[in-house]
Write a protein that binds this ligand. Structure first.
Ligand SMILES: NC(=O)c1ccc[n+]([C@@H]2O[C@H](COP(=O)([O-])OP(=O)(O)OC[C@H]3O[C@@H](n4cnc5c(N)ncnc54)[C@H](O)[C@@H]3O)[C@@H](O)[C@H]2O)c1
Length: 260
């Protein structure tokens, strides 16, 4: 048995077609877990499935359509067994200044990035394997605590996800379900690759991260495995920031000579 003890554990994973979601799927697969993969991107889902030799069922699901969430999770539960772990990875971002973002664009980010995590969580709570502890990990962002220029409602939606997850930890903890946040920093994925197209931009981004590199989807997957595993059985309501130290660099932006 591996230290993580995830063999045969049942996992619902949203955003499985994306960069971080695919890496998380591969990491759980390598541990012998049984996954149900969700995304609205059918082609991307098929690519993730193919990468994992079609060992796990995949479900096309638009998380902006709240009514579709419970039936999709029921179908997944019938396919892999009652779920023990839920990981919410799917999210979207509208590249717009707050002065310009429309009500519909703002609302869609809240629906996908925040409300869907409540609805998948409710379905998980109802369907879950009550003989085993439950674990929910919601992928947030350092944008939940640091505003993103031209990120429209992305920061607000992730900040709301933070408080939602903390409250879930309080309300569902007594039922045996741990709920945690994982906040990635600068990670190179399809969502963010446009920011790295210019080598000078990439170098400038690497220079401000204490680890002196951009994060990989696998850096996030490793932390998700830990949070989902029995090794984290006393960790709930936490926010694990995986950013190479980037969010701790505020005081490096001001001149501060050594005194004495
Ligand atoms: N890449 C980064 O630098 C970074 C930084 C901080 C946080 N994050 C977070 O990590 C997570 C994964 O991001 P990523 O970089 O892999 O992005 P990505 O765009 O590669 O993946 C996101 C996935 O969510 C899916 N999705 C979007 N809207 C959906 C909807 N309505 N219904 C179902 N699926 C939907 C997309 O199809 C995509 O597969 C997100 O929650 C993101 O906010 C990413």
């Amino acid at each position: 048995m591996s230290w993580l003890d995830l063999t045969d554990r049942t996992v619902l994973l949203t955003g499985a077609a994306g960069g971080i979601g695919r890496a998380i799927a591969a990491a759980f697969d390598a541990q012998g877990a049984r996954l149900a993969l969700f995304d609205r991107d059918t082609t991307g889902l098929e690519a993730t499935s193919a990468l994992l030799a079609d060992r796990h069922p995949a479900f096309t699901l638009d998380l902006a359509e709240g009514d579709g969430i419970a039936p999709a999770m029921e179908a997944a539960s019938a396919a892999i067994g009652a779920p023990q772990i839920l990981v919410n990875v799917a999210a979207m971002s509208v590249p717009r200044a707050l002065a310009e973002v429309s009500e519909a664009e703002f609302a869609r980010q809240i629906a996908v990035n925040t409300t869907a995590a409540l609805l998948t969580g409710q379905a998980f709570l109802r369907l879950r394997d009550r003989d085993q502890p439950g674990a929910i990990t919601n992928i947030s962002s350092i944008a939940a605590t640091h505003s993103v220029p031209n990120g429209a409602g992305y920061s607000a939606s992730k900040a709301a996800l933070t408080m939602l997850t903390r409250q879930l930890a309080v309300e569902w903890g007594p039922e045996g379900v741990r709920c945690n946040l994982l906040s990635p920093g600068l990670i190179l994925t399809p969502l963010s690759q446009a920011f790295y197209a210019d080598p000078a931009d990439r170098a400038a981004r690497e220079a401000v991260v204490p680890a002196r590199r951009i994060g990989r989807p696998e850096d996030i997957a490793d932390a998700v495995l830990y949070l989902s595993s029995p090794r984290a059985s006393y960790v709930s309501g936490a926010d694990i920031v995986v950013d190479g130290g980037f969010t701790q660099t505020l005081m490096t932006h001001i001149p501060r000579k050594r005194m004495g």
